[in-house]
Structure formats: C-alpha cells, structure tokens
Design a protein around this ligand. Structure first.
Ligand SMILES: [Zn+2]
Length: 252
C-alpha cells in the first residue's frame, strides 16, 4: 500500500516537473547560427509590431523601425533629425536619401553584427533596391510577410479601444474595459481613435497595397520572401515565423 502511494506520488510529481522543463527550454532565447537580416512586411494592423518585438527578444537582435529612429534623432537634435523635421513639420514625406543615411548609420552599430530586424522598412521597391547595396544584405536575408485580409484588419480596428491617458489597448469584443469607457489601469477615458475608423483604415490599406505589392514581388523573385497567415492568433503566427527563421538560419 505504502509503495503504491509512493509510486502515485512520483508519477504525480513527474507529471508536473517534466512539462516545466519543456517550458523552460522553449522560453530560452535562441541564437541565429549566422548573421541574419529579418524584414517584416504586412499591412498596418496585421500584428507586425507585436511579432517584431517577440522575434527581437527570441533571437537577441535589435528591432529597428525608421519611425523610432526619426523620433530619437529629432529628440537629440542631430543633423539628420533637423533635416527630417523640416519635412515632417510641413507634412511631406522624408526623402529616401535621408531615411537611408539614418538607417545605414544605425545598422552599422556593433549590436547589428549578428543581424537585425527591420519593422516598417523598406516601404517601396526603390528603398529595397537601395537597402540591397548595404553589406549586411550579403548575409542571410529573410522577408517575412504577414497576410491578413482587409476585412479582418477593418474588423480588428473597429474593435480596438485605447485609453486616452495611459495608452492601454482594449478590444471591444474580447477584452472590453470592465467599467464601460473607463480604463482599468489608470481610470482614464477609453475611446476609439479616429485612425481606426473603417474609412480611414481602408484608405491606409489602399496606400499600403499600392506601394507594397511591387516590394513583395521584388523579394519574391529573389527567393527571399515567405508568406504567413497573419489572421490567426499571435502565438500560432509566432510559432511559424520562428520555424522559418530557424530553417533559413541553419541552412546558410
Ligand atoms: Zn489608462
């Protein structure tokens, strides 16, 4: 009887300990076996930012967004920042030469020597052509394209609520704020941004498709592009992205 109880206890303990080990292993940061440049493409609202953050942590590589770089340069008043500011303040697009010189400066920093992840760049075929001249592009390059149908993006935007005060994000359908219209974290007002209005989202998607379609073909024809169904849950998308990156990184 006592032996039976011992046996049952050990089975019970092992059934808890073994999955814990498995979890531990999964959450360990992975390392790319070769310097790899990852480029994430996908329409606004496809979950690109979320995936970029997770991959940057997984592979210990910097996540580089030209939007963030501009903000940093403008805040610290560098030459590039001052040049860019003129265009941004007048509401026009920053010319490619400025964007590229800022980007090249960033990807030559030592933390990029094992690779880096570009999020939101390039946006056009011309930019992709320019980027291809950088020496880091001679290593392994993988372009990850998140495909999400327009209707799904519009649906996501319609459901998104944001706290005016702390920026917390809620979903009207999945995770609505408990007190109607009040943020659970800070008590601020929760509202839908005009950016998320269906008409605004549709316009943004049209611009994206027009600019990005040639870019997708550009990378596809060079055998660098892989498509992912981005309409699934974030964990499922993340899993598939990692699998492709690991395969590509080990193949080189
Ligand atoms: Zn809040």
């Amino acid at each position: 009887m006592v032996r039976q109880i011992h046996f049952l206890i050990s089975v019970f303990v092992l059934s808890i300990v073994i999955p814990l080990f498995a979890l531990e292993k999964q959450s360990m940061p992975d390392h790319l076996s070769n310097s790899t440049v990852l480029i994430l493409l996908g329409p606004p609202g496809s979950g690109k930012g979320t995936q970029a953050k997770r991959l940057a942590v997984d592979y210990q590589i910097p996540q580089i967004s030209t939007g963030d770089l501009f903000r940093e340069h403008m805040a610290s008043g560098t030459d590039i920042g001052n040049q860019a500011k003129k265009y941004i303040e007048s509401g026009s697009l920053v010319p490619d030469e400025i964007v590229l010189s800022m980007l090249f400066d960033r990807i030559e920093k030592p933390d990029c020597k094992n690779g880096y992840l570009l999020d939101g760049f390039p946006r056009t075929e011309v930019q992709a052509e320019q980027l291809s001249k950088h020496k880091s592009m001679n290593t392994s390059v993988l372009v990850l394209c998140l495909d999400v149908p327009d209707e799904e993006i519009i649906k996501r935007a319609e459901a998104r609520l944001v706290c005016r005060q702390c920026g917390a994000i809620y979903n009207r359908l999945i995770s609505p704020p408990k007190d109607n219209g009040v943020c659970a974290k800070c008590g601020g007002e929760v509202y839908r941004r005009t950016d998320d209005d269906p008409e605004v989202v549709k316009k943004r998607l049209t611009v994206y498709r027009t600019l990005t379609q040639p870019l997708i073909e550009y990378y596809h024809s060079r055998g660098l592009l892989e498509h992912f169904d981005g309409s699934r849950l974030p964990d499922a998308v993340h899993h598939d992205l990692r699998q492709s990156i690991d395969q590509r990184s080990n193949r080189q």
